[in-house]
Design a binder for this molecule. Structure first.
Ligand SMILES: Cc1ncc(C[n+]2csc(CCOP(=O)(O)OP(=O)(O)O)c2C)c(N)n1
Length: 291
């Protein structure tokens, strides 16, 4: 896939406007961007007849803030050695990531039409060899954070300026590999590593607390040696503030309280919308609400 130079220019201009703005003006720019992403997710999933709309919508504001304000990246040079590393560990939410990467110009937004089509690089889960801007393959839950810990250790060893950001699902936090990685990140005091837990309280088929309870999550992460920042994951100012560098020499865990399906009333907080596909009438309604 080729970079889209004019799209990179549009992204840069808007990112500069967002970075220069404050208060309600910044909120409104970020909201507009997030709604564009949600609309493109609806269209992609409608066309592919597959996808994970609930988790895509809960993580959209998080991705919007990261890629349009926080991350040091260069879509014209996806392999730039000093780039911040971003890993979407909840890889089933590939549509949200692809749409975000396309807005940045890593590839043309027109490619989004091929989501999950035969031979398209835009598979149901992200593949680093096929899609520029994808740092590592994800999909099997529980692998993004261990890889992120490795990347953060590598940056430490090479004295690189890069920060490493990993986004996980809350259901995904039931994977034991994450807790091993949490321990080792604290052991190595990886203050260049920030995780975000998309705490929408739903997983596949049920709530997290009825399946394998995570609470009290902030206390657990604190006890594991992490600096914990718990916020509303749809509050842009709170997200930006949460992504400031570590204040404690410890790795940072952002617990982002979110709504699964955020933005469309009949999808919000409904467990069946984990991977349900909207029919034509529902697509119309969703696009109206996201207009
Ligand atoms: C190791 C592994 N087991 C099971 C699955 C199937 N699966 C895909 S999404 C999902 C639920 C994830 O829930 P959560 O992390 O809370 O994601 P979100 O609600 O944000 O979509 C499951 C079990 C998987 N992808 N990987």
């Amino acid at each position: 896939m080729d970079k889209d130079v004019s799209q990179i220019g549009r992204w840069q201009e808007e990112r500069d406007r967002i970075r220069a703005a404050e208060g309600p003006q910044r909120d409104s720019l970020l909201h507009e961007r997030a709604q564009w992403t949600r609309r493109s997710i609806v269209t992609m999933i409608q066309k592919a007849k597959a996808g994970h709309i609930g988790g895509d919508f809960s993580v959209t504001d998080i991705l919007t803030v990261l890629f349009n304000d926080v991350l040091r990246i260069d879509p014209a040079d996806p392999a730039w050695a000093e780039r911040d590393r971003f890993i979407l560990s909840k890889g089933h939410c590939a549509a949200a990531l692809y749409s975000t990467l396309a807005w940045c110009g890593f590839f043309s937004p027109s490619e989004l039409d091929t989501f999950m089509a035969p031979l398209s690089p835009l598979n149901g889960h992200p593949n680093r060899r096929k899609v520029p801007g994808v740092e590592t393959n994800t999909g099997p839950l529980g692998h993004g954070l261990p890889i992120g810990v490795g990347a953060a250790i590598a940056a430490r060893l090479t004295h690189g300026p890069e920060r490493v950001f990993v986004v996980l699902g809350d259901g995904e936090m039931q994977e034991g590999s994450n807790w091993e990685a949490l321990m080792s990140a604290a052991h190595y005091r990886l203050d260049n590593l920030t995780i975000t837990i998309d705490r929408n309280r739903l997983q596949q088929g049920a709530g997290t607390e009825e399946t394998n309870s995570l609470d009290p999550l902030p206390e657990k992460l604190d006890a594991f040696g992490w600096e914990v920042r718990e916020i509303d994951g749809h509050d842009y100012a709170a997200l930006i503030q949460a992504y400031r560098p570590s204040m404690s020499g410890r790795p940072v865990a952002v617990i982002a309280n979110t709504v699964k399906g955020k933005g469309v009333s009949f999808i919000e907080n409904r467990v069946e919308w984990h991977h349900k596909v909207p029919d034509a009438a529902q697509v119309e309604l969703a696009l109206e609400e996201l207009a």
